[in-house]
Design a protein around this ligand. Structure first.
Ligand code: SF4
Ligand code: SF4
Length: 291
């Protein structure tokens, strides 16, 4: 049998077995035959607030109160994830602006111990980089933490920083090349959008998010609480919209669930994507919601 035919045959068996075998047995097989159970990526807030105030922020950060998340609680979430996923491809440390957290550096040793092989990446707007001391650079290097910069139209020498980091052996790159334009959320508070279309067009369905023992398919779902509280709205997040890490223990179940729309998708844009030129948030509802 030719190698390509054999690969097709094995993939066909995997596809069929993924449809018919119980999730727990799929996890067992992954561990016995493959590289273990796997989640492509996950992100978490280190802080909820930000030192930049962007209209259309998809974490709803301009509306969030100042909050420094507890490092112990973040690590507890990762210990729970480790019981389900042997490996995670990428772990994104986000916010808000993560460099605002005074205990940022205490996170990396224990997180690296839990997930030794993952790419761990800080996403920053870069504003606070020139306030960092040697401890910051040494810790990133020691625990192999990468820096990824979102390229906003502000006075930060992004290219200079990327060269500096790379020159001292810390991986650094752009997270997004052009934030002169921001994608409009255009949320529909009536919840009458087609969730299948919204999900199929969605840019955030792989941005899995962990918080308070819960794993979400995407970033807007857990963070909508900031918009709800600020505008007294009720975009509802149902129990079926997330995974309770204390109850669900199967990686295969979670990965299968994350391939399908959730109820919350009915609020998300199912039309043509619209952009706005970069601007500072005035905390107006229209920055996130299309009435
Ligand atoms: S820098 Fe990022 S997290 Fe901060 S307000 Fe802008 S888009 Fe949101
Ligand atoms: S709720 Fe659905 S459509 Fe909306 S951001 Fe999340 S995955 Fe995407």
């Amino acid at each position: 049998m030719k190698l390509s035919t054999l690969v097709k045959f094995i993939n066909a068996i995997k596809t069929v077995s993924n449809k018919v075998l119980p999730y727990s047995f799929q996890d067992f097989l992954s561990r016995k035959l493959g590289n273990g159970t796997y989640l492509s990526q996950v992100e978490f807030h280190l802080v909820d607030h930000c030192n930049l105030n962007c209209a259309h922020c998809n974490h709803f950060t301009p509306l969030a109160p100042e909050n420094f998340c507890k490092i112990e609680e973040i690590l507890e979430d990762f210990k729970k994830l480790k019981k389900i996923f042997d490996n995670i491809g990428k772990i994104f440390v986000v916010g808000g602006e993560p460099l605002l957290h005074p205990e940022l550096l205490s996170l990396f040793k224990p997180l690296r111990e839990i997930y030794p092989k993952s790419e761990i990446i800080i996403i920053t707007n870069g504003i606070l980089l020139n306030k960092q001391n040697d401890d910051f650079f040494n810790t990133l290097k020691k625990y192999n933490i990468a820096i990824s910069m979102t390229h906003y139209p502000i006075k930060v020498d992004y290219e200079g920083w990327i060269n500096k980091f790379n020159g001292i052996g810390i991986k650094a790159y752009y997270f997004s090349l052009d934030r002169n334009k921001m994608r409009k959320q255009n949320l529909n508070p009536k919840g009458t959008n087609d969730k299948n279309i919204a999900f199929s067009k969605c840019h955030e369905k792989n941005c899995h998010f962990v918080r308070d023992g819960k794993l979400y398919v995407c970033t807007p779902t857990p963070n909508i609480i900031f918009l709800n509280n600020y505008f007294n709205f009720n975009f509802e997040v149902k129990k079926t919209d997330y995974i309770d890490l204390n109850k669900i223990k199967s990686a295969s179940y979670i990965n299968a669930k994350f391939k399908k729309p959730i109820d919350f998708c009915k609020y998300c844009n199912d039309k043509e994507i619209e952009f706005d030129t970069y601007k500072t948030s005035k905390k107006e509802l229209s920055e996130w919601v299309k009435l």
